[in-house]
Design a protein around this ligand. Structure first.
Ligand code: ATP
Ligand code: MG
Length: 147
């Protein structure tokens, strides 16, 4: 199922992410795709807030990911600088996937080595602060709760 939602502000994107986040469980993987500056990190920030994470949520830059503790553990990966995962690289990533809800920016760079996602999010610019947020999942009940 595919759910398309319009967002008119960063706050709306965070609210959409929050409605998804409260329905997730540890070991769920959510990929977050979209061009530079489309709002991927903003989306993850909204999800983290809803999961009780009070730490500042910023894009991982000098590391591949961050791991936060809230009501659930949450990992936030950014694979922008990765071009194709090798076996050794997956070893670096694996700890982020243990007992955590995982959000992955630039999943395309994972080269198919990532575990299957429960929800694939993609964000597109729609002029100014407008964005179109698409959520794709095989579980229609999950997405209906977000709508
Ligand atoms: N509707 C919107 N949804 C999300 N972000 C928005 C929206 N309108 C404006 N913004 C702004 O766009 C910027 C998005 O930045 P953000 O870091 O979230 O993007 P990103 O996709 O993670 O970028 P990068 O590709 O560099 O990782 C923020 O400054 C945010 O406030
Ligand atoms: Mg980002």
């Amino acid at each position: 199922m595919r759910l398309s939602l319009a967002s008119a502000s960063a706050e709306e994107t965070e609210a959409i992410a929050a409605r998804l986040a409260v329905r997730l469980e540890p070991d769920d993987v959510v990929t977050v795709s979209g061009e530079l500056g489309s709002g991927k990190t903003t989306f993850v920030r909204g999800a983290c807030r809803a999961l009780g994470i009070t730490a500042t949520v910023t894009s991982p830059t000098f590391t591949i990911g961050h791991r936060y503790e809230g009501r659930s553990e949450v990992s936030h990966l950014d694979l922008y600088r990765y071009d194709g995962l090798q076996g050794a690289d997956w070893g670096d990533l694996e700890p982020y996937f243990e007992n955590a809800i995982v959000f992955v920016e630039w999943p395309e760079a994972g080269g198919g080595a990532l575990p299957p996602e429960r929800v694939a999010v993609s964000i597109r610019h729609r002029g100014g602060d407008g964005r179109l947020i698409e959520l794709v999942s095989t579980e229609s009940a999950l997405l209906e709760g977000v709508e």
